[in-house]
Design a protein around this ligand. Structure first.
Ligand SMILES: NC(=O)C1=CN([C@@H]2O[C@H](COP(=O)(O)OP(=O)(O)OC[C@H]3O[C@@H](n4cnc5c(N)ncnc54)[C@H](O)[C@@H]3O)[C@@H](O)[C@H]2O)C=CC1
Ligand SMILES: C[N+](C)(C)CC(=O)CC(=O)[O-]
Length: 329
């Protein structure tokens, strides 16, 4: 799987560099620390280090509850003064800089120039293809997308995909490394705009924006519609298995034959709404109403407690089912 003997094997990784330490970069730092890695972070903002250390401190109790890897410690975090120093000794690099194509292109080229040969460099981009981001790198074959979900220290999914100039070994190496580092990995064999999960999320998001734009639903109704409805089921069965059950004994075949014709109408009238200032303001005001008096820090605590509760409940059911099927064999 490795390019040559200078590439560490995915289970020999000791040091991870995180470039960009905002919401996602900081979340990655917390995740890799909890998994027992040494982490070197770099971010050009003068406030970044303090913000990052606060984010990690706030996330740590949740990570302790879930169980830290042997040797995991907040003190394994170093903040480097330069990008070159951050990546020089790294066995893997996760880039989480702002979502601007020009910036990603030049930053990935800089990381590529400073990192040891054959170290895999992964971008957290939520929308750009690696093909368009890797254009300025000298060694584009080792650049991949590793698209995480917020917060990366709790939500397991990472979507891994290469660009036209990425070599297959790098995609396989990154997928294997993320698995060892505790993530649930989807390795994609081709680039798709929005990858897989964002394609699905964005379809729901587009509809939410349409409904707010047209005054058909409020952000409060939209959030309740998901949390008390489909969102609950999607935590364990995806939309396919969920709708398979909607077809009764006939399963997915009956569901499509029964509801397909009536569902096609909403499929075909869907287009992106225009993000006007009015729609933007309505979304901001309506969502602020849902947040109420809660600060961002309070919302993050509430989100993390609920994510852990759902993950724990599901793993308990999994364990009970495994024990039951073991006792029946
Ligand atoms: N926020 C989210 O829910 C998700 C974001 N992502 C992706 O993660 C990446 C980062 O997004 P966020 O963390 O949300 O943004 P953010 O704005 O919270 O953080 C970006 C960080 O990058 C730093 N930065 C600015 N210029 C830089 C440079 N030249 N080199 C390195 N760092 C630089 C900023 O100081 C800031 O700390 C983006 O590519 C985004 O698409 C992926 C999944 C989810
Ligand atoms: C808002 N976002 C498109 C950047 C979100 C993601 O890419 C993934 C997530 O965390 O939902």
């Amino acid at each position: 799987m490795t390019e040559n003997s200078t590439t560490a094997s995915p289970d020999d990784v000791d040091t991870v560099a995180c470039v960009g330490a905002g919401v996602i970069g900081g979340g990655w730092v917390a995740h890799f620390l909890a998994q027992g890695y040494r982490v070197v972070a770099w971010d050009p903002s003068p406030e970044a280090e303090q913000r990052l250390r606060e984010l990690v401190r706030a996330a740590w109790p949740a990570l302790e509850q879930l169980g830290l890897a042997p040797g995991a410690a907040i003190t394994n975090l170093t903040v480097a003064p330069t990008l070159a120093e951050a990546v020089a000794e790294a066995d893997f690099v996760q880039e989480s800089a702002p979502e601007r194509l020009e910036l990603k292109q030049s930053l990935l080229a800089e990381i590529d120039a400073a990192a040891a040969p054959h170290v895999v460099i992964s971008s957290s981009t939520s929308g750009y293809s690696m093909t368009e981001m890797q254009t300025r790198a000298e060694a584009p074959e080792r650049l991949v997308v590793g698209h995480p979900f917020n917060p990366p220290y709790l939500v397991p999914l990472v979507e891994v995909v290469g660009g036209d100039a990425t070599k297959e070994w790098a995609v396989q190496w990154a997928s294997e490394f993320y698995r060892i580092a505790g993530k649930s990995v989807i390795t994609m064999d081709r680039e798709l705009p929005g990858f897989i999960a964002n394609r699905i999320q964005e379809a729901a998001w587009r509809e939410a924006l349409h409904m707010v734009d047209k005054g058909e639903a409020t952000p409060e109704q939209i959030d309740l519609a998901m949390t008390a409805g489909p969102g609950l089921r999607w935590a364990f069965f995806g939309p396919c298995l969920t709708f398979h059950l909607a077809g009764g004994e006939g399963g997915m075949a009956h569901m499509l034959d029964h509801f397909g014709p009536s569902l096609q109408a909403p499929w075909t009238r869907l287009e992106s709404p225009e993000l006007t200032e009015g729609l933007r303001d309505a979304m901001v005001a309506g969502t602020q109403e849902v947040a109420g008096e809660r600060s961002n820090a309070e919302l993050i605590e509430q989100r993390d407690r609920r994510l852990i509760a759902v993950m724990r409940a599901l793993s308990e059911v999994d364990a009970q089912e495994a024990a039951r099927s073991g006792s029946q064999q």
